[in-house]
Ligand binder design. Structure first.
Ligand SMILES: [Zn+2]
Ligand SMILES: [Zn+2]
Length: 322
């Protein structure tokens, strides 16, 4: 099962060139999800992810600071003008419903698709969306305004059959049972799963934590993910004593990744005061070595055989391979 994350925006409150407001496109076996939708997300979708704009089936908004949702109005309007008629699911803070209604009222926007809004609960964790391929949970972050993180997790992979060791006439039902981890009996012969199947490859799991102060309560909700995206707005030395403005340092993000036993940590949402991510990476890697600061437009694909997220090389400047 393919599982990609494209970083459409990795900047903080005041954006900079190539560090646009937060947005990430997740693609699971061709199904597209958008997490946050900062200003200009639609044009970056067109640039970095081609036709995916029209195919997004659900949007998840973490909170109602402008750098995380102000691109939503334009994106929804464009989807309608491009002829979208398929339902679109939208998850976000309860007040988002009023904001969108106000937008539609005063702009006289009419959308030809049904927007199915489901409020997130910033006070408790919940499973909010599930398909046969993946499941999405939300969980509270600590940010001064209602704010949730998201965990998007593929369904576990199946056991891998040792086909050469199985009878050629073994029926499909028995084969499926083996892929599900069961022992089977066929023609009075017992086939133990442990003998006739290899364990499943690990499956992709991705957690998004932006924005948040250092908040250990999130650890149970992101436990064991193989990719954790955690904001790292500041360097530790720049965080005033006891004053974080609801944000984290690179060291904070690394400590959370360590406690959660994450496989890889990606940091972003760096304050515009920093020209690059070198100092953040140095600070984070001192605690959690497997840390990356993704660039805008980069796509990472999960490789289950290696249990690693690998950077994909674009086939041209305007359309990444996804
Ligand atoms: Zn932000
Ligand atoms: Zn914020």
């Amino acid at each position: 099962m393919s599982f990609y994350v494209t970083f459409l925006g990795i900047g903080a409150a005041i954006p900079r060139p190539r560090r646009s407001h937060t947005a990430q496109l997740i693609s699971v076996e061709g199904r597209s999800l958008l997490v946050d939708c900062g200003e200009g997300t639609q044009t970056r979708l067109m640039h970095y992810a081609g036709a995916r704009l029209a195919q997004i089936e659900a949007i998840f908004i973490s909170h109602l600071h402008g750098d995380h949702f102000l691109g939503l109005y334009g994106l929804l309007d464009s989807m309608s003008m491009m002829g979208r008629t398929a339902n679109l699911r939208l998850f976000g803070p309860p007040a988002l419903a009023n904001m969108l209604e106000t937008h539609k009222h005063f702009t006289q926007s009419k959308w030809d698709f049904l927007l199915l809004f489901e409020p997130t609960d910033p006070a408790r964790a919940a499973k909010i969306y599930e398909t046969p391929l993946f499941v999405v949970h939300s969980f509270p972050l600590s940010h001064g305004v209602p704010c949730t993180g998201f965990r998007v997790e593929a369904k576990p992979n199946k056991f891998r059959l040792k086909k050469e060791a199985l009878p050629q006439d073994l029926p499909i039902a028995e084969r499926i049972a083996l892929t599900l981890g069961q022992d089977i009996t066929y023609k009075n012969e017992h086939f133990a799963n442990a003998v006739f199947a290899e364990p499943p490859y690990p499956h992709a799991s991705y957690s998004f934590c932006s924005d948040t102060a250092y908040y250990e309560e999130i650890v149970p909700h992101i436990k064991g993910v193989n990719l954790l995206y955690h904001e790292a707005t500041f360097l530790a030395r720049d965080l005033a004593e006891g004053e974080t403005h609801g944000h984290s340092s690179a060291a904070d993000a690394a400590r959370i990744a360590t406690m959660a036993h994450a496989k890889q940590l990606f940091i972003g949402h760096l304050s515009g005061r920093y020209n690059d991510s070198r100092a953040h990476l140095e600070e984070a890697r001192a605690i959690f070595p497997n840390t990356i600061s993704p660039h805008e437009g980069q796509t990472y694909l999960y490789n289950p055989k290696k249990d690693e997220w690998e950077l994909q090389v674009p086939n041209n400047d305007s359309n990444l391979i996804i």
